[in-house]
Structures are given as C-alpha cells and as structure tokens.
Design a protein around this ligand. Structure first.
Ligand SMILES: NC(=O)c1ccc[n+]([C@@H]2O[C@H](COP(=O)([O-])OP(=O)(O)OC[C@H]3O[C@@H](n4cnc5c(N)ncnc54)[C@H](OP(=O)(O)O)[C@@H]3O)[C@@H](O)[C@H]2O)c1
Length: 328
C-alpha cells in the first residue's frame, strides 16, 4: 500500500482509504448487511488501508456504529468523522462528538472534520474553538475540514488543520480551480471523495440512463430527477460525453474502469488520498489493483479531454450537490 503523511504534521495514512457512506443502508445506497460491511473493513486493513471515513448522518449513525464494531480492539486504524456545524452551539458540538465516540467505540476521534463551511465566519470560528478544546481534552487527535473553498481556507486555514476533503473524480474536477492548490499551499493534505463518481465510473454503466435513479443526486443530473437537491438543468449531455469517452479509453487500454478512475485521481499531484466506497470484498480487491497501474501522459491527456466539457459546464462551483454553492 502506498502511504502518505496527511498535511505537514498529520499521521501517515494509506493513499487508498475507505469511506463508509455506502454502508448507510439507506435509499441512496440500498441495503447492505452489517456483516458484509465489517468484512470489507477487515479486508481493507489486511491490505494496509489504515484510514476510514464516516459521519453521523450516514444512515443515521449506522455507518459509524458498523465501523466501530469492525475496529474493536484495532487501535492501528485511524477513524475520521465529520459533522455540520450550522446553528450548533458549543454544547451541541461537544455532545455530537461524544455521541460519535460512543458509536465508534473509541476514546478519541483521529480526524475530526467540519463537513461543510457555514455562511457565518463567527459561527465557524466558534466551532473551531470548541473542536480545539476537544483536541486539548484528548477527544480528538487531528482537525480537518471538508468542502472548504479558497475564501473559506483564507479565513480559517491558519487553524492548525491537517486536511481538506474535496470532491474529485474525472467527472468532478472543479477543485482544480485553485482550491486544491490553496489547500496544498497551506500545508493541508487533500483527500478526494467520491473518486468513482459514486459508481458511475465503475464500468457498470454504458449510459447515464442506466445509473440508478436514487443515485441521481448530483449536479450532473437534471433537477427533474427526484433525488437531486438542486434546481438546475444538470449537465447530462456533458456527463454522457465523459462517460462514453471514459468507457472507450478503459476498453482500448485494457485498464479496468475502477482502476482507471482511481489511478487518474491518485496520479494528480495535488491529491494525497483517494477516499472510495467499496461494498464488497471483491470490489475492494479490484480497487487495490490500482497500485499496479501507471497511466502514461497520453492516457491522462485523453481523460482530461473527455472530461473538459463537463469541467467547463460545472463552472467555478465545486459543490457537487447544490447550484447555490456552499463552498466559497
Ligand atoms: N465530505 C463530504 O462531503 C463527502 C461527500 C461524499 C462522500 N464522502 C466520503 O467519500 C466516500 C467515498 O465516496 P462515495 O461513496 O460517495 O463514492 P465512490 O467511492 O465514488 O463510489 C462508491 C461506489 O462505487 C462502486 N464501486 C466501488 N468499487 C467498485 C468495484 N470494484 N466495481 C464496481 N463498482 C465499484 C460501488 O457501487 P455499488 O454500490 O453500485 O456496487 C460503490 O457504492 C464516502 O463513503 C464518504 O466517506 C464525503
């Protein structure tokens, strides 16, 4: 397993790390047995994965609980979780950290992240102060953020953070707009989430029509789909071009789609970690083969080209879900 230090002073983590949103068992991801989630986590650890990401809102706490069960007695694994801080008092945040710790069955959260920036700078400042106190009290080891844009980083980047978790895949490259660069300049590790574009880049889909309706949540899709949360027209024409081009490159190079998608992300100089969801040991084993793949410049250029119109359509808004972006 390739390893990397997260930020200037963070822990050494696996470049492929595993997210647990897909263990939520909810309408978005569909049901999955706890036993299967635990098997995936154990197989990942056996393969050298040491960072697992979760959140209290994944399956109403289920993902954190399952992760806690899988990692019982495994202090060699690092647990990351995150919460939204809008409208939360310091007491709320302390309670939420305690609840996550309970579900995870741990004494401390290795990486506590603010899930989304808020509109109010003073609210975020207060949240960071509370989290810093919790770190001093030993409840949190490291602090990070997710979805922080250039201005968010300008305002809060001096806060002793180790990482910024950002959406990044061939189908969502918006953070190339300076956000990834700014994160690196501040000494933060960049963690790419949804690197397989929630399965769209898995090779299972020859057209976007085949992608399950319940997963049509992001700005790729028109707001006429029930699962979307935005009000925009979507970018289905550009997503189609990208999907078809990607599948063709996979076919022509003989590189399995998931490996092609992950290698593209991991070879970006501004990406430290790809945070992927695997729903079975077989899926995980396939993802691990990415480390045997090296994309040459021609392939990377072709991938850049098939995603260029989608990148342009997404504009300067890195928020994958909302047209009125929450990232500044
Ligand atoms: N900070 C944030 O705001 C934020 C937002 C989103 C996600 N995240 C984090 O990022 C993690 C990963 O992102 P994600 O789960 O959204 O998306 P992802 O990793 O891009 O995609 C996960 C999906 O890819 C498919 N897949 C994985 N391996 C496969 C294989 N070998 N063959 C075929 N299909 C495969 C599975 O689809 P099937 O289920 O169809 O098999 C799986 O559900 C999350 O779990 C979460 O921890 C963070």
């Amino acid at each position: 397993m390739q390893m990397v230090r997260l930020g200037k002073q963070g822990p050494v983590v696996s470049r492929l790390s595993i997210g647990t949103w897909t263990f939520a068992g909810d309408a978005l991801w569909s049901s999955i047995e706890e036993k299967q989630c635990i098997e995936v986590i154990h197989a990942a650890m056996d393969a050298g994965v040491n960072l697992f990401d979760s959140a209290p809102n994944y399956g109403g706490g289920r993902s954190e609980r399952v992760l806690g069960l899988a990692l019982q007695g495994r202090q060699d694994a690092l647990v990351a979780t995150k919460f939204k801080v809008d409208g939360k008092s310091p007491a709320d945040l302390v309670r939420m950290v305690e609840e996550s710790l309970q579900r995870l069955g741990r004494e401390a959260i290795d990486l506590m992240q603010i899930h989304w920036p808020t509109e109010s700078k003073s609210e975020l400042d207060a949240a960071f102060d509370t989290l810093a106190d919790l770190r001093s009290a030993g409840k949190i080891r490291y602090l990070g953020v997710c979805n922080f844009g250039r201005r968010d980083l300008q305002d809060h980047g001096g806060r002793d953070l180790i990482s910024n978790q950002l959406p990044y895949s061939l189908m969502w490259r918006v953070v190339e707009n300076g956000i990834a660069e700014k994160s690196k300049a501040l000494g933060l590790g960049v963690i790419a989430y949804s690197p397989l574009q929630q399965g769209l880049l898995s090779g299972k889909y020859q057209s976007i029509a085949q992608f399950p309706e319940n997963r049509k949540q992001t700005r790729h899709f028109s707001s006429t789909w029930a699962a979307t949360r935005h009000k925009g027209p979507g970018m289905e024409a550009e997503t189609k071009i990208c999907l078809e081009g990607f599948n063709a490159i996979s076919f022509e190079t003989g590189i399995a789609p998931t490996n092609l998608a992950l290698a593209y992300v991991l070879q970006r100089p501004f990406i430290d970690v790809a945070l992927a969801g695997a729903r079975s040991v077989a899926q995980l084993e396939e993802l691990l083969k990415t480390f045997t793949v090296e994309l040459d410049e021609t392939v990377v250029n072709r991938l850049d080209m098939v995603s260029a119109s989608l990148l342009q359509a997404a504009g300067d808004n890195p928020d994958m879900y909302q047209t009125i972006g929450r990232v500044h």
